[in-house]
Design a protein around this ligand. Structure first.
Ligand code: SF4
Ligand code: SF4
Length: 160
């Protein structure tokens, strides 16, 4: 694990995760936990507190969160799990542990500016619903942002 990732994780735990007192309110309100038995945000915090970072970062659970922020609102300690999940994903991606499905999604954004393919069916349904035509003219700006944040380089390295 690189020093940068290790330092980032230590700070994350010292400044945020450590305040979790394991009440479980986040689990009770989490839509992902309701749908997927294995997903448990309280347990992710517990694993981090116990020092099992590698297991958390290399597993697929952190990628299941929908970032709905419900856990953030109900947490009596203001732990902010959704923000922690984003940081964990960033650290995992830096370590080359992002799932291929996510990297393919980044590739899709880099080529079209959209997170899902603009198929003929999508265009037809949009028209039927009276929605405006999709503007694909801003993809250069998206690519520039991806280059500035090094997201594109990371995606290309890991997919190659
Ligand atoms: S609601 Fe907050 S304090 Fe309670 S388990 Fe979840 S993160 Fe920890
Ligand atoms: S942000 Fe993630 S962990 Fe929090 S309630 Fe939503 S799905 Fe669950």
């Amino acid at each position: 694990m690189s020093e940068e990732v290790l330092g980032g994780l230590e700070t994350l735990i010292r400044e945020k995760v450590i305040y979790c007192f394991q009440c479980g309110s986040c689990v009770g309100s989490c839509p992902t936990a309701r749908a997927i038995r294995e997903y448990n945000p309280r347990r992710i915090m517990e694993e981090l507190i116990l020092g099992r970072w590698k297991e958390v970062l290399s597993g697929n659970l952190i990628w299941l969160c929908t970032l709905c922020h419900t856990c953030y609102e109900v947490c009596p300690q203001g732990v902010g799990i959704s923000h922690i999940i984003v940081e964990l994903r960033n650290h995992a991606a830096k370590m080359g542990l992002a799932p291929t499905e996510y990297l393919n999604n980044v590739k899709q954004v880099a080529s079209t500016g959209w997170t899902s393919p603009l198929t003929g069916a999508v265009q037809r349904i949009r028209k039927e619903l009276g929605l405006p035509e999709v503007d694909v003219g801003r993809v250069d700006e998206v690519r520039k942002l991806m280059e500035l944040t090094e997201l594109r380089r990371m995606m290309e390295e890991q997919l190659s």
